[in-house]
Ligand binder design. Structure first.
Ligand SMILES: [Fe+2]
Ligand SMILES: [Fe+2]
Length: 159
């Protein structure tokens, strides 16, 4: 039985989890459009595609920055910790991830811009983006788990 108080938080939990889904979709769209089956060759030869990639990476960065800010200031994660204080250490790790994730994404953007500037393709762009994506997915999955544990609810309660 979910208390009325927890019920009041569920829309916020749902909102954060919906954002996680949207962010994953954007990452997958970038992978599908620019790194199809490990074949970056077509992208290398298409300037328009590189310009689009830079635009999409910046847009993803803005989306992530706003999302991270909401997580750290919105109160929902904080409330989950106050209900189950043993999660505080996990939350500390997750907050530190925010900085690392933005730095990783900045590294990808810098690699793409370097490619445009020098006219030479960087072999590492796809790998760097995939490493970033993997860390992001782990991060968001840990947050979903933290929210569910903190409020003692399952995804069937949230949706
Ligand atoms: Fe986060
Ligand atoms: Fe998140």
């Amino acid at each position: 039985m979910i208390s009325t108080e927890v019920m009041g938080y569920l829309p916020y939990v749902r909102r954060l989890q919906d954002e996680h889904r949207k962010i994953s979709e954007v990452v997958e769209q970038i992978q599908a459009a620019h790194f199809p089956h490990g074949d970056p060759v077509s992208r290398r030869n298409a300037q328009i595609s590189t310009d689009l990639l830079i635009e999409q990476l910046y847009s993803l960065r803005t989306m992530l920055r706003d999302h991270f800010e909401e997580e750290t200031t919105g109160g929902c994660m904080e409330e989950a910790i106050s209900r189950l204080p043993r999660l505080a250490a996990d939350m500390g790790v997750l907050e530190a991830d925010h900085c690392s994730l933005l730095e990783q994404l900045d590294g990808v953007i810098a690699s793409v811009q370097h490619e445009v500037f020098t006219g030479r393709a960087s072999e590492t762009i796809e790998r760097r983006f995939n490493d970033f994506a993997e860390m992001l997915y782990d991060h968001e999955a840990d947050e979903n788990r933290l929210l569910e544990q903190g409020f003692n609810v399952g995804s069937e309660d949230i949706y």
